[in-house]
Design a protein around this ligand. Structure first.
Ligand code: ATP
Ligand code: MG
Length: 155
């Protein structure tokens, strides 16, 4: 990765552009709460890739007519983005495995969604290359929150 000063709001805008077709197909509502001037030390295209993968997952694993909420803010150390869906959720027993290559929770069900199970493995690798953190909270039938923290650049 090639690290530069990048604003997270711009990353979200690009991620949303790249997933509009999916959102419209499923009639999903996107809501955002975005702080400005959250600058992180990042590789712009790689951060877009992270954002896009998490948004695509949130959309894929949510039923129609639900809402996805994206939050962007900063704390002392990190710029943070959080993607919260009202989708199918992930069982406690599976949560540790979703970052493994080719792992998919329900092969039969996810087969027709056309993925490979590589998305989150790549996301985790890219977050670590940024010296960042990725966390997940989930409840089956209620939804999932992915939180990505990337070291901040003081502006
Ligand atoms: P792709 O390689 O196309 O991204 P994928 O979406 O199946 O395929 P990952 O993105 O790595 O692969 O996700 C792994 C698995 O984790 C998914 O198959 C799904 O079972 C589960 N998962 C990921 N994101 C969510 C989410 N937001 N809600 C519920 N389950 C999820
Ligand atoms: Mg995926």
């Amino acid at each position: 990765v090639n690290l530069n000063k990048v604003e997270l709001r711009e990353i979200l805008i690009r991620g949303l552009e790249m997933t509009t077709h999916l959102v419209e197909e499923k009639n999903i509502k996107m809501e955002t709460t975005v702080d400005e001037n959250v600058h992180v030390l990042g590789d712009k295209n790689r951060l877009i890739q992270i954002m896009m993968n998490l948004l695509a997952n949130a959309i894929t694993y949510s039923p129609e007519n639900t809402t996805i909420h994206v939050n962007i803010y900063k704390n002392k150390t990190f710029g943070v983005f959080q993607i919260q869906d009202e989708g199918i959720g992930i069982k406690k027993s599976e949560i540790n495995r979703i970052f493994e290559r080719f792992y998919r929770v329900d092969r039969a069900r996810s087969r027709n969604s056309g993925g490979t199970g590589l998305g989150l493995a790549i996301v985790k690798h890219l977050v670590e290359a940024h010296h960042g953190l990725i966390e997940v909270e989930s409840e089956v039938g209620k939804g999932t929150i992915f939180t990505v923290s990337i070291p901040i650049v003081k502006s």
